[in-house]
Design a protein around this ligand. Structure first.
Ligand SMILES: C=C1C[C@]23C[C@H]1CC[C@H]2[C@@]12CCC[C@@](C)(C(=O)O1)[C@H]2[C@@H]3C(=O)O
Ligand SMILES: O=C(O)CCC(=O)C(=O)O
Ligand SMILES: [Fe+2]
Length: 353
């Protein structure tokens, strides 16, 4: 599984300066390399407005499927309560993640992501697309975290157990949500489509964890935690610690905050589901802003089909497909070169293909 995703990234090696994070522990002022324009502040958080808050859905609600479908159409993202993930599993992953990021830089660098790799410690993979660096460190892994053994040759077990339990639980939840979403889209009722979506609930899928850390920042209004992006996944499930920062872009409104709610996970649709929904769902462009006094941590689980799976738009009622069908691997390759332009690159109305 891990090797298959790395295979897709191998053709797009990054320069080391786009992988090695700043040693934030020794920094007291914002370096020019991390100073984004002030405009990032003025287009910032919109004022609170009831109709502009991301839906909170109770997974135990008998109408959860319809509510999830509607939230995907309007927002591309929703908050989920009664999700069934034991609190202890989430708490442990938080403890281990905090332990990891508080290590001295040289220790973390032992697990540095390789230039063409998908897993390990480093800056976000999207870093080369932006003129400035982000105020962020990340650690990506799939399955058992071999990279943790490089950091703690003897004491890796607690970390690995916590991450494995978390992945196990996240996978179960991701499968449940995927079934509901595919049902909502009516994919189950299309000819041969249940065949095509056999990856949901099988071992033949991609499941990856991204631990994110946003240190306190001396000038948060001029810095960026994680630059605007959509996830490549089918769907992403995110746990955030109690510090604000995540925002979703809503056409006509601007950046809408998704502030943490206790016992609530954030679920957003990724590019793969956006394509499969034939753009019926909203594409969840999101970013993270940083804080002067509070550190922020988040743990994302990316769930999606295997890299040889052919993504094709679900077309109902003689609607025209808005995207060319292509494999996950091809899409990852296109995105590695175009980032935000990847979706228009595969659009049936553009002249790129
Ligand atoms: C399984 C995934 C999903 C990846 C790529 C690969 C490993 C790391 C993930 C992230 C995590 C941080 C944001 C993002 C945009 C990034 O830079 O790295 C994500 C990206 C994607 O959704 O494309
Ligand atoms: O830190 C967050 O809240 C969001 C992280 C994120 O967008 C990602 O890991 O893809
Ligand atoms: Fe994301």
């Amino acid at each position: 599984m891990a090797t298959t995703l790395s295979e897709a990234y191998r053709n797009h090696p990054l320069h080391l300066h786009h992988i090695i994070p700043l040693d934030f522990s020794s920094i007291r002022t914002l370096p020019e390399s991390h100073a984004w324009s002030e405009s990032n502040d003025s287009d910032n958080i919109i004022s609170y407005n009831e109709s502009l808050s991301i839906p909170i859905i109770d997974l135990m609600d008998p109408y959860a499927m319809e509510q999830i479908g509607l939230a995907c159409e309007e927002w591309g993202v929703f908050q989920l309560k009664n999700h069934g993930i034991p609190l202890s599993v989430i708490e442990e992953v938080e403890v281990e993640s905090k332990k990891l990021f508080s290590l001295p830089a040289e220790q973390k660098l032992k697990a540095l992501r390789s230039p063409g790799g998908a897993t390990g410690y480093g800056r976000a993979r999207i870093s080369p697309f932006f003129p400035k660096y982000m105020w962020h460190e990340g650690f990506t892994f799939m399955g058992s975290s071999g990279d943790a053994k490089k950091i703690w040759p003897k004491d890796y077990e607690k970390f690995c157990d916590a991450m494995e339990n978390y992945q196990k639980q996240m996978k179960i939840l991701a499968e449940k949500l995927s079934h509901m979403i595919l049902n909502f889209l009516g994919i189950k009722n299309c000819s041969s489509s249940s065949e095509e979506n056999k990856w949901v609930g099988s071992t033949n899928h991609i499941g990856a964890i991204q631990l994110n850390f946003y240190p306190c920042c001396p000038e948060p209004n001029r810095a960026m935690g994680l630059a605007p992006h959509t996830d490549t996944s089918f769907l992403t499930i995110l746990h955030q610690t109690l510090t604000n920062g995540l925002q979703i872009f809503k056409d006509g409104s601007g950046w809408v905050p998704i502030n943490p709610n206790p016992n609530t996970l954030v679920v957003n649709i990724g590019d793969i589901l956006y394509i499969m929904s034939n753009a019926r769902f909203h594409c969840a462009l999101h970013r993270v802003v940083v804080n002067k006094t509070k550190q922020r941590y988040s743990m994302a689980y990316f769930y999606g089909p295997p890299i040889d799976y052919v993504i094709s738009p679900l077309v109902i009622n003689s609607h025209v497909p808005r995207f060319h069908a292509l494999t996950v691997k091809d899409y990852i390759n296109i995105k590695a070169k175009n980032l935000g332009g990847a979706l228009s690159f595969i659009s049936t109305t553009s002249k790129n293909i």
